[in-house]
Write a protein that binds this ligand. Structure first.
Ligand SMILES: *[C@@H]1O[C@H](CO)[C@@H](O)[C@H](O)[C@H]1NC(C)=O
Ligand SMILES: *[C@@H]1O[C@H](CO)[C@@H](O)[C@H](O)[C@H]1NC(C)=O
Length: 437
Protein backbone atom coordinates (compact mmCIF):
# COMPACT_ATOMS: atom_id res chain seq x y z
CA UNK A 1 0.00 0.00 0.00
CA UNK A 2 2.66 2.45 1.08
CA UNK A 3 4.65 1.77 -2.01
CA UNK A 4 1.64 2.46 -4.20
CA UNK A 5 0.89 5.67 -2.34
CA UNK A 6 4.52 6.68 -2.62
CA UNK A 7 4.55 5.93 -6.33
CA UNK A 8 1.34 7.91 -6.81
CA UNK A 9 2.87 10.88 -5.02
CA UNK A 10 6.01 10.70 -7.17
CA UNK A 11 3.85 10.50 -10.27
CA UNK A 12 1.78 13.51 -9.20
CA UNK A 13 4.89 15.57 -8.52
CA UNK A 14 6.28 14.51 -11.87
CA UNK A 15 3.08 15.55 -13.67
CA UNK A 16 3.03 18.84 -11.75
CA UNK A 17 6.63 19.66 -12.66
CA UNK A 18 6.18 18.76 -16.32
CA UNK A 19 3.03 20.80 -16.71
CA UNK A 20 4.10 23.91 -14.82
CA UNK A 21 7.41 23.98 -16.68
CA UNK A 22 5.55 23.74 -19.97
CA UNK A 23 3.12 26.42 -18.84
CA UNK A 24 6.04 28.80 -18.33
CA UNK A 25 6.67 28.71 -22.05
CA UNK A 26 3.09 28.34 -23.12
CA UNK A 27 2.20 31.96 -23.53
CA UNK A 28 4.54 34.86 -24.08
CA UNK A 29 2.15 37.25 -22.29
CA UNK A 30 2.81 35.37 -19.07
CA UNK A 31 6.45 34.86 -19.74
CA UNK A 32 8.68 37.04 -17.55
CA UNK A 33 11.37 37.32 -20.19
CA UNK A 34 8.90 38.67 -22.75
CA UNK A 35 7.32 40.98 -20.18
CA UNK A 36 10.68 42.51 -19.45
CA UNK A 37 11.37 42.92 -23.17
CA UNK A 38 7.99 44.61 -23.66
CA UNK A 39 8.83 47.15 -20.96
CA UNK A 40 12.25 47.88 -22.44
CA UNK A 41 10.68 48.25 -25.87
CA UNK A 42 8.24 50.77 -24.52
CA UNK A 43 11.05 52.89 -23.11
CA UNK A 44 13.05 52.62 -26.34
CA UNK A 45 10.04 53.79 -28.38
CA UNK A 46 9.46 56.80 -26.13
CA UNK A 47 13.11 57.79 -26.42
CA UNK A 48 13.12 57.39 -30.20
CA UNK A 49 9.93 59.39 -30.77
CA UNK A 50 10.61 62.73 -32.46
CA UNK A 51 8.28 65.46 -31.13
CA UNK A 52 9.02 67.60 -34.17
CA UNK A 53 8.77 65.18 -37.10
CA UNK A 54 9.23 68.06 -39.57
CA UNK A 55 12.87 68.32 -38.60
CA UNK A 56 13.25 64.79 -39.95
CA UNK A 57 11.20 65.26 -43.12
CA UNK A 58 12.95 68.58 -43.84
CA UNK A 59 16.35 67.02 -43.37
CA UNK A 60 15.54 64.25 -45.84
CA UNK A 61 14.15 66.66 -48.45
CA UNK A 62 17.17 68.87 -48.03
CA UNK A 63 19.51 65.96 -48.61
CA UNK A 64 17.62 64.98 -51.76
CA UNK A 65 17.92 68.53 -53.12
CA UNK A 66 21.63 68.53 -52.47
CA UNK A 67 22.11 65.14 -54.02
CA UNK A 68 20.20 66.02 -57.21
CA UNK A 69 21.21 69.66 -57.66
CA UNK A 70 24.43 69.96 -55.71
CA UNK A 71 27.91 68.77 -56.36
CA UNK A 72 26.61 65.20 -56.34
CA UNK A 73 24.56 65.92 -59.42
CA UNK A 74 22.63 62.93 -60.68
CA UNK A 75 22.81 63.97 -64.29
CA UNK A 76 26.55 63.99 -64.05
CA UNK A 77 26.38 60.53 -62.49
CA UNK A 78 24.13 59.35 -65.30
CA UNK A 79 26.61 60.61 -67.85
CA UNK A 80 29.53 59.04 -66.03
CA UNK A 81 27.76 55.72 -66.17
CA UNK A 82 28.25 55.54 -69.93
CA UNK A 83 31.89 55.02 -69.07
CA UNK A 84 31.06 52.37 -66.48
CA UNK A 85 31.23 54.62 -63.44
CA UNK A 86 28.97 54.11 -60.50
CA UNK A 87 25.50 55.53 -60.56
CA UNK A 88 23.90 56.41 -57.25
CA UNK A 89 20.81 58.51 -57.66
CA UNK A 90 19.76 59.38 -54.14
CA UNK A 91 21.50 60.60 -50.99
CA UNK A 92 21.33 57.25 -49.17
CA UNK A 93 23.05 55.41 -52.03
CA UNK A 94 25.52 58.20 -52.70
CA UNK A 95 26.78 57.77 -49.17
CA UNK A 96 28.24 54.30 -49.85
CA UNK A 97 27.58 52.78 -53.28
CA UNK A 98 30.31 54.30 -55.34
CA UNK A 99 33.13 53.00 -53.18
CA UNK A 100 35.08 50.13 -54.68
CA UNK A 101 36.08 48.87 -51.27
CA UNK A 102 32.47 48.45 -50.08
CA UNK A 103 33.31 44.87 -49.15
CA UNK A 104 36.12 45.87 -46.80
CA UNK A 105 34.15 48.80 -45.50
CA UNK A 106 30.69 47.27 -45.16
CA UNK A 107 29.84 49.10 -41.96
CA UNK A 108 29.96 52.42 -43.79
CA UNK A 109 26.38 51.61 -44.75
CA UNK A 110 25.30 52.26 -41.16
CA UNK A 111 26.14 55.97 -41.61
CA UNK A 112 23.78 56.36 -44.55
CA UNK A 113 20.23 56.04 -43.29
CA UNK A 114 17.89 59.05 -43.47
CA UNK A 115 14.33 59.57 -42.27
CA UNK A 116 12.78 58.37 -39.03
CA UNK A 117 15.09 55.36 -38.80
CA UNK A 118 18.08 57.72 -39.02
CA UNK A 119 19.65 56.59 -35.74
CA UNK A 120 19.78 52.93 -36.72
CA UNK A 121 23.28 51.46 -36.66
CA UNK A 122 22.41 47.73 -36.64
CA UNK A 123 25.45 45.58 -35.92
CA UNK A 124 27.98 48.34 -36.52
CA UNK A 125 29.50 47.92 -33.06
CA UNK A 126 30.00 44.19 -33.51
CA UNK A 127 31.96 41.53 -35.36
CA UNK A 128 31.26 40.21 -38.83
CA UNK A 129 29.38 36.90 -38.77
CA UNK A 130 29.46 34.86 -41.96
CA UNK A 131 26.43 32.70 -42.71
CA UNK A 132 27.68 29.57 -44.47
CA UNK A 133 24.74 27.21 -44.07
CA UNK A 134 21.25 27.85 -45.47
CA UNK A 135 19.60 25.09 -43.40
CA UNK A 136 17.14 25.68 -40.57
CA UNK A 137 16.67 22.32 -38.94
CA UNK A 138 16.90 23.02 -35.23
CA UNK A 139 14.77 25.83 -33.86
CA UNK A 140 15.89 25.45 -30.25
CA UNK A 141 19.59 24.87 -30.76
CA UNK A 142 20.32 26.30 -34.19
CA UNK A 143 23.49 25.16 -35.87
CA UNK A 144 26.50 27.45 -36.03
CA UNK A 145 26.81 29.14 -39.41
CA UNK A 146 23.04 29.43 -39.97
CA UNK A 147 21.14 32.72 -40.14
CA UNK A 148 19.09 31.68 -37.11
CA UNK A 149 22.22 31.06 -35.06
CA UNK A 150 23.55 34.50 -36.03
CA UNK A 151 20.34 36.28 -35.18
CA UNK A 152 19.88 34.90 -31.66
CA UNK A 153 23.29 36.02 -30.39
CA UNK A 154 23.30 38.67 -27.65
CA UNK A 155 26.10 40.84 -28.98
CA UNK A 156 25.86 43.22 -31.94
CA UNK A 157 26.68 41.42 -35.21
CA UNK A 158 27.13 42.42 -38.84
CA UNK A 159 25.83 39.35 -40.68
CA UNK A 160 27.00 38.56 -44.21
CA UNK A 161 26.72 35.52 -46.50
CA UNK A 162 29.50 33.27 -47.81
CA UNK A 163 27.73 32.55 -51.11
CA UNK A 164 24.36 32.70 -52.86
CA UNK A 165 21.71 30.91 -50.86
CA UNK A 166 18.02 30.38 -50.44
CA UNK A 167 16.97 30.01 -46.83
CA UNK A 168 13.68 28.27 -46.09
CA UNK A 169 12.84 29.08 -42.49
CA UNK A 170 11.07 26.15 -40.78
CA UNK A 171 9.32 28.62 -38.44
CA UNK A 172 9.46 32.40 -37.90
CA UNK A 173 12.98 33.65 -37.18
CA UNK A 174 12.86 35.66 -33.96
CA UNK A 175 15.61 38.27 -34.19
CA UNK A 176 17.54 40.05 -31.45
CA UNK A 177 18.67 43.69 -31.17
CA UNK A 178 21.76 45.29 -32.70
CA UNK A 179 21.98 43.24 -35.88
CA UNK A 180 22.60 43.95 -39.56
CA UNK A 181 21.61 41.43 -42.21
CA UNK A 182 23.81 42.47 -45.15
CA UNK A 183 23.19 40.44 -48.30
CA UNK A 184 25.68 42.34 -50.49
CA UNK A 185 28.01 40.12 -52.47
CA UNK A 186 25.58 37.19 -52.63
CA UNK A 187 22.08 36.50 -53.84
CA UNK A 188 20.20 35.79 -50.64
CA UNK A 189 16.60 34.63 -50.67
CA UNK A 190 14.48 34.09 -47.61
CA UNK A 191 11.70 32.16 -49.25
CA UNK A 192 9.14 29.34 -49.22
CA UNK A 193 9.09 29.10 -45.43
CA UNK A 194 8.34 31.38 -42.48
CA UNK A 195 9.39 35.05 -42.21
CA UNK A 196 11.42 37.36 -40.02
CA UNK A 197 10.02 38.54 -36.68
CA UNK A 198 11.30 41.65 -34.89
CA UNK A 199 9.55 41.60 -31.53
CA UNK A 200 10.40 44.09 -28.77
CA UNK A 201 13.86 44.73 -30.17
CA UNK A 202 15.76 47.73 -31.46
CA UNK A 203 18.45 48.74 -33.88
CA UNK A 204 18.22 46.45 -36.89
CA UNK A 205 19.31 46.93 -40.53
CA UNK A 206 18.01 44.56 -43.20
CA UNK A 207 19.80 45.16 -46.49
CA UNK A 208 20.07 43.69 -49.98
CA UNK A 209 18.08 40.48 -49.57
CA UNK A 210 14.99 39.00 -51.24
CA UNK A 211 12.04 37.94 -49.13
CA UNK A 212 9.24 36.14 -50.94
CA UNK A 213 6.71 33.32 -50.89
CA UNK A 214 6.58 33.40 -47.09
CA UNK A 215 4.12 30.92 -45.59
CA UNK A 216 2.24 30.66 -42.33
CA UNK A 217 4.18 28.85 -39.62
CA UNK A 218 2.79 26.19 -37.31
CA UNK A 219 4.42 27.55 -34.17
CA UNK A 220 6.18 25.40 -31.60
CA UNK A 221 9.30 25.75 -29.51
CA UNK A 222 11.58 28.43 -30.93
CA UNK A 223 14.68 29.98 -29.45
CA UNK A 224 14.53 33.79 -29.34
CA UNK A 225 17.87 34.54 -27.62
CA UNK A 226 20.87 32.69 -26.20
CA UNK A 227 19.21 32.23 -22.83
CA UNK A 228 15.55 31.79 -23.68
CA UNK A 229 13.23 29.82 -25.86
CA UNK A 230 9.51 29.36 -25.72
CA UNK A 231 6.33 28.10 -27.27
CA UNK A 232 5.07 30.23 -30.13
CA UNK A 233 1.66 30.18 -31.67
CA UNK A 234 1.24 30.09 -35.48
CA UNK A 235 2.97 32.89 -37.37
CA UNK A 236 0.82 34.80 -39.86
CA UNK A 237 3.01 34.53 -42.93
CA UNK A 238 4.26 38.12 -43.00
CA UNK A 239 7.55 38.69 -44.81
CA UNK A 240 8.86 40.99 -42.09
CA UNK A 241 6.82 41.43 -38.94
CA UNK A 242 7.81 44.39 -36.76
CA UNK A 243 6.17 44.24 -33.34
CA UNK A 244 6.97 46.79 -30.61
CA UNK A 245 10.35 47.50 -32.19
CA UNK A 246 12.37 50.68 -32.67
CA UNK A 247 15.13 51.99 -34.93
CA UNK A 248 14.74 49.76 -37.94
CA UNK A 249 16.08 50.35 -41.45
CA UNK A 250 15.04 48.18 -44.41
CA UNK A 251 16.99 49.08 -47.57
CA UNK A 252 17.42 47.55 -51.05
CA UNK A 253 15.18 44.61 -50.21
CA UNK A 254 12.76 43.03 -52.65
CA UNK A 255 9.57 41.47 -51.40
CA UNK A 256 6.66 39.64 -53.01
CA UNK A 257 4.03 36.94 -52.57
CA UNK A 258 3.70 36.37 -48.84
CA UNK A 259 0.73 34.67 -47.15
CA UNK A 260 -0.03 37.76 -45.06
CA UNK A 261 1.55 41.23 -45.34
CA UNK A 262 4.93 41.99 -46.89
CA UNK A 263 5.82 44.26 -43.95
CA UNK A 264 3.63 44.68 -40.87
CA UNK A 265 4.52 47.32 -38.29
CA UNK A 266 2.45 47.09 -35.10
CA UNK A 267 2.30 47.54 -31.31
CA UNK A 268 3.95 50.93 -30.89
CA UNK A 269 6.92 50.40 -33.16
CA UNK A 270 8.66 53.60 -34.27
CA UNK A 271 11.75 55.25 -35.80
CA UNK A 272 11.63 53.21 -39.00
CA UNK A 273 12.85 53.84 -42.55
CA UNK A 274 12.01 51.65 -45.54
CA UNK A 275 14.02 52.78 -48.56
CA UNK A 276 15.25 51.69 -51.99
CA UNK A 277 13.09 48.59 -51.85
CA UNK A 278 11.01 46.90 -54.48
CA UNK A 279 7.58 45.41 -53.88
CA UNK A 280 5.52 43.32 -56.30
CA UNK A 281 2.84 40.62 -56.71
CA UNK A 282 1.01 41.03 -53.46
CA UNK A 283 -2.38 41.95 -52.05
CA UNK A 284 -1.94 43.62 -48.63
CA UNK A 285 1.48 45.22 -48.89
CA UNK A 286 2.16 47.14 -45.67
CA UNK A 287 0.02 47.43 -42.57
CA UNK A 288 1.12 50.05 -40.05
CA UNK A 289 -1.00 49.61 -36.91
CA UNK A 290 -3.30 46.58 -36.80
CA UNK A 291 -5.80 47.44 -34.11
CA UNK A 292 -8.48 50.14 -33.88
CA UNK A 293 -8.25 50.21 -30.11
CA UNK A 294 -4.46 50.39 -29.87
CA UNK A 295 -3.90 54.13 -29.47
CA UNK A 296 -0.28 53.63 -28.50
CA UNK A 297 0.39 53.40 -32.25
CA UNK A 298 0.32 57.21 -32.21
CA UNK A 299 4.02 56.86 -31.47
CA UNK A 300 4.66 55.36 -34.94
CA UNK A 301 6.91 57.49 -37.15
CA UNK A 302 7.86 55.87 -40.42
CA UNK A 303 9.62 57.04 -43.60
CA UNK A 304 9.05 55.41 -47.00
CA UNK A 305 11.56 56.81 -49.49
CA UNK A 306 12.87 55.87 -52.97
CA UNK A 307 10.87 52.64 -53.08
CA UNK A 308 9.26 51.16 -56.14
CA UNK A 309 5.75 49.81 -55.66
CA UNK A 310 5.72 47.72 -58.80
CA UNK A 311 3.63 45.13 -60.61
CA UNK A 312 0.67 43.20 -59.22
CA UNK A 313 0.12 45.10 -55.98
CA UNK A 314 -3.45 45.56 -54.81
CA UNK A 315 -3.59 47.79 -51.72
CA UNK A 316 -1.96 49.06 -48.50
CA UNK A 317 1.16 50.91 -49.70
CA UNK A 318 0.81 51.53 -46.79
CA UNK A 319 -2.38 51.34 -44.72
CA UNK A 320 -1.96 53.28 -41.49
CA UNK A 321 -3.67 53.66 -38.11
CA UNK A 322 -2.80 56.51 -35.74
CA UNK A 323 0.85 57.14 -36.65
CA UNK A 324 2.82 59.58 -38.83
CA UNK A 325 4.11 58.42 -42.20
CA UNK A 326 6.35 60.39 -44.56
CA UNK A 327 5.87 58.92 -48.03
CA UNK A 328 8.51 60.64 -50.14
CA UNK A 329 9.92 60.23 -53.65
CA UNK A 330 8.51 56.76 -54.22
CA UNK A 331 7.49 55.35 -57.57
CA UNK A 332 4.03 53.78 -57.75
CA UNK A 333 3.39 52.00 -61.04
CA UNK A 334 -0.29 51.02 -60.87
CA UNK A 335 -2.17 49.43 -58.00
CA UNK A 336 -5.35 47.41 -58.23
CA UNK A 337 -7.46 49.03 -55.47
CA UNK A 338 -5.68 52.03 -53.93
CA UNK A 339 -2.20 53.01 -52.77
CA UNK A 340 -2.32 54.82 -49.42
CA UNK A 341 -5.03 54.14 -46.89
CA UNK A 342 -5.86 54.42 -43.25
CA UNK A 343 -8.25 54.79 -40.38
CA UNK A 344 -8.23 56.36 -36.93
CA UNK A 345 -6.68 59.67 -37.94
CA UNK A 346 -3.13 58.91 -39.02
CA UNK A 347 -1.01 61.75 -40.42
CA UNK A 348 0.18 61.19 -43.97
CA UNK A 349 2.63 63.48 -45.67
CA UNK A 350 2.93 62.43 -49.30
CA UNK A 351 5.70 64.35 -51.06
CA UNK A 352 7.33 64.10 -54.45
CA UNK A 353 5.92 60.69 -55.34
CA UNK A 354 5.11 59.52 -58.84
CA UNK A 355 1.67 57.88 -58.90
CA UNK A 356 0.36 56.08 -61.98
CA UNK A 357 -3.24 54.95 -61.54
CA UNK A 358 -4.51 51.69 -63.07
CA UNK A 359 -6.83 51.82 -66.07
CA UNK A 360 -9.83 50.74 -63.97
CA UNK A 361 -11.91 53.95 -63.77
CA UNK A 362 -13.00 53.04 -60.22
CA UNK A 363 -9.49 52.76 -58.82
CA UNK A 364 -7.97 56.11 -59.77
CA UNK A 365 -7.90 57.43 -56.22
CA UNK A 366 -4.53 57.10 -54.49
CA UNK A 367 -6.12 57.35 -51.06
CA UNK A 368 -8.70 55.37 -49.11
CA UNK A 369 -10.23 56.09 -45.72
CA UNK A 370 -11.86 53.33 -43.71
CA UNK A 371 -14.45 53.29 -40.93
CA UNK A 372 -15.11 57.03 -40.84
CA UNK A 373 -17.60 59.44 -42.35
CA UNK A 374 -16.32 62.51 -44.14
CA UNK A 375 -17.29 64.65 -41.15
CA UNK A 376 -14.71 62.67 -39.19
CA UNK A 377 -11.91 62.13 -41.72
CA UNK A 378 -11.97 65.72 -42.97
CA UNK A 379 -9.89 66.46 -39.86
CA UNK A 380 -7.21 63.89 -40.59
CA UNK A 381 -4.04 65.51 -41.87
CA UNK A 382 -3.33 63.88 -45.25
CA UNK A 383 -1.25 66.16 -47.47
CA UNK A 384 0.06 65.74 -50.97
CA UNK A 385 2.83 68.04 -52.08
CA UNK A 386 4.76 67.85 -55.32
CA UNK A 387 3.31 64.45 -56.23
CA UNK A 388 3.01 63.60 -59.92
CA UNK A 389 -0.37 62.14 -60.89
CA UNK A 390 -0.57 60.01 -64.03
CA UNK A 391 -3.36 58.18 -65.83
CA UNK A 392 -6.04 59.98 -63.82
CA UNK A 393 -4.58 59.34 -60.37
CA UNK A 394 -5.80 61.68 -57.67
CA UNK A 395 -5.02 62.16 -53.98
CA UNK A 396 -7.87 63.29 -51.78
CA UNK A 397 -6.35 65.59 -49.20
CA UNK A 398 -7.84 66.29 -45.80
CA UNK A 399 -7.13 68.34 -42.71
CA UNK A 400 -7.20 72.09 -42.45
CA UNK A 401 -5.85 73.43 -45.76
CA UNK A 402 -3.83 75.91 -43.79
CA UNK A 403 -2.57 73.22 -41.43
CA UNK A 404 0.88 74.15 -40.28
CA UNK A 405 3.18 71.34 -39.39
CA UNK A 406 5.34 72.21 -36.42
CA UNK A 407 7.89 74.17 -38.42
CA UNK A 408 6.87 77.02 -40.71
CA UNK A 409 9.99 76.80 -42.78
CA UNK A 410 8.97 73.45 -44.23
CA UNK A 411 11.29 72.45 -47.02
CA UNK A 412 9.62 71.63 -50.32
CA UNK A 413 10.23 68.08 -51.53
CA UNK A 414 12.04 67.26 -54.73
CA UNK A 415 9.10 67.05 -57.15
CA UNK A 416 7.58 63.73 -58.19
CA UNK A 417 9.05 63.88 -61.68
CA UNK A 418 12.38 62.96 -60.02
CA UNK A 419 10.95 59.95 -58.19
CA UNK A 420 11.65 57.39 -60.92
CA UNK A 421 15.26 58.49 -61.00
CA UNK A 422 15.59 58.53 -57.22
CA UNK A 423 14.07 55.03 -57.01
CA UNK A 424 15.86 53.71 -60.10
CA UNK A 425 17.95 51.14 -58.23
CA UNK A 426 15.27 49.82 -55.89
CA UNK A 427 15.57 46.21 -54.79
CA UNK A 428 18.78 44.22 -54.21
CA UNK A 429 21.95 45.39 -55.97
CA UNK A 430 24.46 43.09 -57.57
CA UNK A 431 27.62 43.93 -55.66
CA UNK A 432 30.96 42.48 -56.73
CA UNK A 433 34.12 42.72 -54.63
CA UNK A 434 36.50 45.53 -55.59
CA UNK A 435 33.93 47.07 -57.90
CA UNK A 436 31.55 49.90 -57.33
CA UNK A 437 28.24 48.46 -56.31
C1 LIG B 1 28.01 64.06 -51.91
O1 LIG B 1 28.29 62.68 -51.61
C2 LIG B 1 29.30 62.50 -50.67
C3 LIG B 1 29.65 61.06 -50.62
O2 LIG B 1 28.57 60.29 -50.29
C4 LIG B 1 28.85 63.08 -49.35
O3 LIG B 1 29.81 62.87 -48.36
C5 LIG B 1 28.58 64.57 -49.53
O4 LIG B 1 28.06 65.10 -48.36
C6 LIG B 1 27.59 64.80 -50.66
N1 LIG B 1 27.57 66.22 -50.99
C7 LIG B 1 26.45 66.90 -50.98
C8 LIG B 1 26.57 68.35 -51.36
O5 LIG B 1 25.38 66.40 -50.70
C1 LIG C 1 22.37 47.19 -28.16
O1 LIG C 1 23.51 48.00 -28.16
C2 LIG C 1 23.39 49.12 -27.30
C3 LIG C 1 24.58 50.03 -27.57
O2 LIG C 1 25.76 49.28 -27.60
C4 LIG C 1 23.31 48.63 -25.88
O3 LIG C 1 23.19 49.71 -24.98
C5 LIG C 1 22.08 47.74 -25.75
O4 LIG C 1 22.02 47.20 -24.46
C6 LIG C 1 22.11 46.63 -26.77
N1 LIG C 1 20.83 45.95 -26.72
C7 LIG C 1 20.70 44.69 -26.42
C8 LIG C 1 19.31 44.18 -26.29
O5 LIG C 1 21.65 43.96 -26.27
Amino acid sequence: MDTIRYMTLVLLIFIYVVFTTKADHANFENDEVWQKRAKEANTAARLAYQPNPMSVTDNLNNRVHRSVDGSNNTRRDLKNNIFGACMATNPIDQCWRCQKNWDKNRKKLADCVLGFGRKTTGGKAGKIYVVTDPSDNDLVNPKKGTLRHALIQSEPLWIIFAHDMSIRLAEELIMTSNKTIDGRGAQVHIANGAGLTLQYISNVIIHNIRVHDIKKGNGGLIRDSLNHYGQRTQSDGDGISIFGSTNIWIDHVSMSKCDDGLIDIVEASTAITISNSHFAQHNEVMLFGASDSYKKDQIMQITLAFNHFGKGLKQRMPRVRYGFVHVVNNLYTRWEMYAIGGSHGPTILSQGNDFTAPNNPFAKEVTKRDYATESVWKNWVWKSEGDVMRNGAFFKQSGNPRHKFASDSMIKPKPGKFASRLAKFSGPLKCIKNKEC
